[in-house]
Design a protein around this ligand. Structure first.
Ligand code: IPM
Ligand code: MN
Length: 324
């Protein structure tokens, strides 16, 4: 079965790592129909367009989307983040951001809520530029949004050998949002007697991640905590060049989006020093979600042993392709 994949290679090292990911997928024997979408800083600087509606509708028609990285220094912070990345997450209802860290001693998966929290964009500024300036940025947490994310996390934890799920939040201070998360978590837990549960405050979770990561199996957390925790977990698990992510629409009402956690690293462009492993792993997560479990497993296995994954971007891609 051929899969129709929208590719947003993007800027900086994005196209370099995506090329290696597609090379590895081809070597795995899976057939992809690839449709390129010219989005990111290059398009924005040339045309002023970030994500035209027609492009969004075209992206909606794919089986999945593979994204390299977007952004470069000439584009103001927030333009592509809000206008492209977050718009895609919200418009395609990619409500779970799944981020595994599978490099010993870490063997954990973070289920990050991906459509709410402070990312929702609630808030504003008053009296801007005056001494009385006010800025608010609210955290939006809906029962529906929290529950569907928590349910996904329990279902995932139930499939893993340890069957353990930790809620990470800051319930001691964020008493409204934390209360909604904790109650929802406890209610869904009652439906999953097979899954052991724990709760850890986000600050303590940072300590545990560094000192005792074996405490964790699956973590479920809100959007911003998940953003920060997965950078930390990525740094601990071989560096951000290894960290993959899946922005999932588990209801499958549209395509899911797969992307490395790292950015466009403009300083590395053309040097051959970009690590394609995160993009390759993201492509493996894409194949897994598309039901190509065998190819996904072979790719995941091929990158599990970092020994030998050295050399330039394309040499690493060749080595992985040879292993699958
Ligand atoms: C990530 C990134 C994004 C986020 C930014 C670029 C909007 O840091 O995917 O983790 O904060 O989610
Ligand atoms: Mn991030």
């Amino acid at each position: 079965m051929r899969h129709r994949i929208g590719v947003i290679a993007g800027d900086g090292i994005g196209p370099e790592v995506v090329a290696e990911a597609l090379k590895v997928v081809a070597a795995s024997g899976v057939d992809l129909d690839v449709v390129d979408h010219d989005l990111g800083a290059r398009r924005f600087l040339a045309t002023g367009e970030v994500l035209p509606d027609a492009e969004l509708e075209a992206l909606r028609c794919h089986d999945a989307i593979l994204l390299g990285a977007v952004g470069e220094p000439r584009v103001a912070p927030g333009v592509l983040e809000r206008g492209l990345l977050l718009r895609l997450r919200f418009a395609l209802d990619l409500y779970v951001n799944l981020r595994p860290s599978l490099v010993p001693p870490l063997d954990l998966v973070v289920v990050r809520e991906n459509t709410e929290g402070v990312y929702a964009g609630e808030g504003g500024a008053l009296r801007k530029g005056t001494p009385h300036e006010v800025a608010t940025q609210g955290s939006v947490n809906t029962r529906m949004g929290v529950e569907r994310c928590v349910r996904f996390a329990f279902q995932l934890a139930a499939t893993r050998p340890r069957r353990h799920l930790t809620l990470v939040h800051k319930t001691n201070v964020l008493s409204f949002a934390g209360d909604l998360w904790q109650r929802t978590f406890d209610e869904v837990a009652a439906e999953h007697p097979d899954v052991a549960t724990a709760y850890v405050h986000v600050d303590a979770a940072c300590i545990h991640l560094v000192e005792a990561p074996e405490r964790f199996d699956v973590i479920v957390t809100d959007n911003l905590f998940g953003d920060i925790l997965t950078d930390l977990a990525g740094a601990l698990a071989g560096g951000i060049g290894m960290a993959a992510s899946a922005n999932l629409n588990p209801a499958r009402t549209g395509p899911s989006l797969f992307e490395p956690v790292h950015g466009s690293a403009p300083d590395l462009v053309g040097t051959g020093r970009a690590n394609p492993v995160a993009a390759v792993r993201s492509a493996a997560m894409m194949l897994e979600f598309l039901g190509e479990t065998d190819a996904a497993a072979r790719i995941t296995k091929a990158v599990a042993d970092p020994v030998g994954l050295t050399g330039s971007t394309s040499e690493i891609g060749d080595t992985i392709a040879g292993r699958v």
